[in-house]
Design a protein around this ligand. Structure first.
Ligand SMILES: C[S@@+](CC[C@H](N)C(=O)[O-])C[C@H]1O[C@@H](n2cnc3c(N)ncnc32)[C@H](O)[C@@H]1O
Ligand SMILES: Nc1nc2[nH]cc(C(=O)O)c2c(=O)[nH]1
Ligand code: SF4
Ligand SMILES: [Mg+2]
Length: 211
C-alpha cells in the first residue's frame, strides 16, 4: 500500500483527542474537500508492505493507532493491516471521509466518519448507506465551514436521529469558521453535539501558539 507518513503525535480529533497516538497516513484520496489540510497526501506515498508498517508502528511503543490519509479505505491492504493491528492488541481508529463503504472494515476498529457538508464541495460523495452501518463506539464528524453547513448538519441529524447513538462531532474549518461563533450556535440551540477543535494545530501551528 502507498503510505505517505507514519508519525506519533497527540491525537487532535475525536473523543480520543489528547491521547498519544501513532498515525499511519495513506496516500491518495478520491475526494477533494475544498478545505482539506492534507493535500500533500493526495499523490505522495511510498510502497509499503503490511509487515513493514506493523514493524514501524511497533517501534513507537504506543497502543493507540489511527489509520488516516488521504482516504485509507481506498487501499486494499489497509483492511488486513487493521486486522493485524487489532490482533496485536492495538486500539485502532480509522478516519474516513464517509464516501467509501465501511462494511469491509474489521468491526473491532473504531470508525470516525465524516459526513461532508456542502462547504466541502463534496456532499455529493456521501455514501448514505454508511450511516446505518455505524456500530457502537463509532463516531461521526461534521466539519462546519459556515452557517449553511451548520444548518445542513442539523437537517441531516433530524433526518437520521440514530446518529445521536454515537458521539456527533462538530468541527470548525480551521482558520475559516469562527470557533466561538460555532460554539455559540450550539449553545443557543441546545444541540446535543460535541464541539471539537483540531487540538494538534493549537499545539504545533506556529500561528496558533499562544504567547
Ligand atoms: C485529512 S482527512 C483524512 C481522512 C479522510 N480522508 C477524511 O476526510 O476523514 C482527516 C480529517 O481532517 C479533517 N480536516 C481536514 N482539513 C480540515 C480543515 N481545514 N479544518 C478542519 N478539519 C479538517 C476532516 O475532518 C477529516 O475528517
Ligand atoms: N495530531 C493529529 N491528530 C489527527 N487526528 C486526525 C488527523 C488526520 O489527519 O486524520 C490528525 C492529524 O493529522 N494530526
Ligand atoms: S476526504 Fe479527507 S483527505 Fe480527502 S480531500 Fe477530504 S479531508 Fe482531504
Ligand atoms: Mg489531519
Amino acid at each position: 500500500m502507498k503510505v505517505n507518513e507514519i508519525f506519533k503525535s497527540i491525537q487532535g480529533e475525536s473523543t480520543y483527542a489528547g491521547l498519544p497516538c501513532v498515525f499511519v497516513r495513506t496516500a491518495f484520496c478520491n475526494l477533494r474537500c475544498g478545505w482539506c489540510d492534507t493535500t500533500y497526501a493526495f499523490y505522495e506515498g511510498a510502497d509499503r508492505s503490511v509487515e513493514s508498517v506493523l514493524q514501524e508502528v511497533r517501534g513507537h511503543a504506543c497502543r493507540l493507532v489511527e489509520v488516516t490519509g488521504g482516504e485509507p479505505l481506498l487501499q486494499e491492504e489497509v483492511y488486513p493491516l487493521v486486522t493485524r493491528l487489532l490482533d496485536e492488541g492495538y486500539v485502532v481508529l480509522i478516519e474516513t471521509s464517509g464516501s467509501i463503504p465501511i462494511d469491509r472494515v474489521d468491526p473491532r476498529a473504531v470508525i470516525v466518519m465524516d459526513i461532508k457538508c456542502p462547504g466541502s464541495k463534496m456532499s455529493h460523495a456521501v455514501h448514505w448507506e454508511n450511516l446505518g452501518r455505524l456500530k457502537k463506539g463509532d463516531e461521526v464528524k461534521f466539519v462546519i465551514a459556515d452557517r449553511a453547513d451548520y444548518d445542513w448538519a442539523k437537517e441531516v441529524l433530524s433526518q437520521h436521529p440514530r446518529l445521536f447513538d454515537h458521539p456527533v462531532l462538530f468541527s470548525p474549518v480551521f482558520n475559516q469558521m469562527d470557533s466561538r461563533q460555532l460554539a455559540e450556535w450550539i449553545l443557543e440551540e441546545k444541540l446535543p453535539v460535541r464541539f471539537q477543535l483540531q487540538l494538534h494545530k493549537y499545539i504545533w501551528d506556529p500561528a496558533m501558539r499562544g504567547v
